[in-house]
Design a protein. Structure first.
Length: 309
């Protein structure tokens, strides 16, 4: 997982450094050498950046080793609330938007393939040398409970949308999810809307797959051994406004076919062209008895394309 300081521009890094000093000054701590007087800094652009490239992110994730960054960022907001599982909920006083600052549970908490009672399995890098840093073990896990599963991670998605589809009765569950994926999905929605496609619901057919769950489908014509779904930066998606678990008729020609998929593909290609740092895989999947047409999208960092319709 990329640390927040690498995702946000220099302005946010400056805000993180300045915030503790501002608090100390407000509490009456006298500096050894009086500083020259300057106008109070305007953090509005920094707050906007925290909401991602799309402007629609509503959660940011912190690896345990970067948990000290949560407090100075929280100070940039007008209202805060301490919640369970290392989450700080803050509200932007100017716009009213809420943001969850979530500290991950350490990867080392996974013992014999489990975090608590939840079966995660072994990641590829625990079995062999990773092919690249993109395949390293994740920094940690988001703890998802019955109480917080509906926490928004962006305007259109919540934590529960990305959970592995198994162990229904085991709580808490554990999730790997990368912010760039969520940001890219929101940008795809925005691009589809710009093209006149009404998107009320972009369905996540499959988000995070724990390694043990992914392994069950590995084989000819099935899941990849090193699937990006295990790293929290991949999703299988389709526009499904009527929630019938099938891709919608996006061009309104009375059919659902490759032309509708092409509309989604063109939007994804545009997002990758406009935001090359979000480049990744794009795979096309035909309808079967078990599912309809869908598109795979990820942010692996290199361009990959597969599948035909």
């Amino acid at each position: 997982m990329i640390a927040l300081r690498r995702l946000l521009p220099t302005a946010l890094a400056a805000a993180i450094l300045l915030a503790p000093a501002a608090v100390a000054s407000a509490q009456g701590a006298a500096p050894e050498h009086p500083a020259p007087q300057h106008p109070a800094p305007d953090y509005s652009a920094v707050v906007d950046t925290i909401f991602g490239r799309s402007g629609r992110l509503l959660a940011r994730f912190f690896a345990p080793r970067h948990s000290m960054e949560v407090e100075p960022i929280a100070r940039l907001f007008g209202k805060r609330e301490e919640k369970e599982n290392g989450t700080v909920a803050v509200t932007d006083s100017s716009s009213g938007r809420q943001l969850s600052l979530i500290t991950l549970r350490p990867f080392a908490d996974k013992v014999k393939g489990r975090v608590g009672d939840y079966h995660v399995g072994r990641f590829p890098a625990e079995k062999h040398k990773p092919r690249s840093p993109a395949y390293d073990n994740p920094d940690g896990f988001i703890e998802v409970t019955r109480e917080n599963e509906d926490t928004p991670v962006s305007e259109h998605f919540r934590l529960a949308d990305f959970l592995t589809h198994d162990q229904a009765n085991v709580w808490p569950k554990y999730l790997v999810l990368r912010e760039p994926l969520v940001d890219k999905l929101e940008l795809v929605i925005a691009e589809l809307q710009r093209r006149g496609v009404a998107v009320q619901h972009l369905a996540i057919m499959s988000g995070f797959r724990s390694p043990q769950y992914n392994q069950k489908g590995v084989g000819r014509g099935g899941r990849a051994q090193d699937s990006r779904h295990q790293f929290g930066d991949a999703a299988d998606i389709m526009v499904d406004n009527n929630r019938d678990n099938r891709l919608d008729d996006l061009n309104h020609d009375g059919r659902v076919n490759a032309k509708d998929v092409r509309i989604m593909v063109d939007a994804i290609e545009t997002v990758e062209r406009d935001y090359p740092e979000l480049v990744g895989g794009l795979g096309l999947y035909r309808a079967t008895r078990g599912h309809g047409l869908f598109v795979h999208v990820d942010v692996r960092g290199t361009r990959a394309r597969w599948g035909r319709l």
